[in-house]
Design a protein around this ligand. Structure first.
Ligand SMILES: Cc1cc2nc3c(=O)[nH]c(=O)nc-3n(C[C@H](O)[C@H](O)[C@H](O)COP(=O)(O)O)c2cc1C
Length: 195
């Protein structure tokens, strides 16, 4: 198959994180979200463990996520004496600003045949496939690793066990307008060639 390499390069470089404040409120077509998930499933995977797991929240599901994450935050931070009311209120309302939210998890291989870092790496490859697919359809998204992402207590709600990891929440919505320019330091600063 022949690809338009200029378009591929452009897709990768012009993809931007688009945040809920820049969503129109319009619903993203489920078919596009399904395509994002399908492409996620084609991420590279060492020993074919396919460790990515997704829970898609939309419609009433966003309210269920909001209620769960706010309560989970309250329970955990009250016990740790770090509770902040504004964070709690944010967790209670923010999910409804997105069309869909995909909770992204890593399911640890039962045999633990690979170092955990490889399994986490594969899941982030899947996440990038979703981001690029969204960009190709002019759909906005961004990954949040805040809130309850790293709370052990949150994992069962997303079907994850003790050895698994919750890695973040992909927020999805229709972008309001043009995307901002990207910002990166030159790749040459991060590469050494050995000839
Ligand atoms: C692993 C990872 C975690 C991230 N977590 C957050 C986050 O918690 N909050 C946030 O605002 N953006 C988060 N982002 C998105 C970054 O802010 C965004 O990728 C960065 O600003 C570069 O912008 P670009 O994606 O438009 O190139 C995360 C991105 C990655 C790859």
């Amino acid at each position: 198959m022949k690809f338009n390499t200029d378009e591929v390069n452009q897709l990768i470089q012009t993809r931007r994180s688009v945040f809920p404040r820049d969503y129109t409120g319009e619903k993203v077509d489920d078919a596009i979200v399904k395509q994002m998930l399908e492409n996620a499933n084609w991420a590279p995977t060492h020993k074919f463990t396919e460790p990515w797991r997704f829970v898609v929240f939309t419609g009433e599901g966003l309210k269920k996520l909001a209620e769960f994450q706010a309560q989970c935050y309250k329970d955990v931070t009250t016990a740790r004496v770090t509770f902040q009311e504004d964070k709690y209120q944010g967790l209670l309302i923010k999910p409804m600003e997105s069309s869909h939210i995909i909770a992204i998890g890593m399911k640890r291989d039962q045999k633990k045949g690979l170092p955990e870092v490889e399994e986490v790496g594969a899941v982030f490859c899947a996440f990038q496939n979703m981001q690029l697919t969204a960009a190709a359809y002019n759909v906005g998204c961004y990954l949040s690793t805040g809130g309850i992402t790293f709370f052990e207590e949150a994992k069962p709600f997303f079907g994850l066990g003790e050895e698994d990891k919750l890695l973040g929440f992909l927020h999805i919505g229709m972008p309001k307008g043009a995307l901002p320019p990207g910002r990166r330091n030159p790749v040459e600063d991060k590469v050494k060639w050995v000839n």
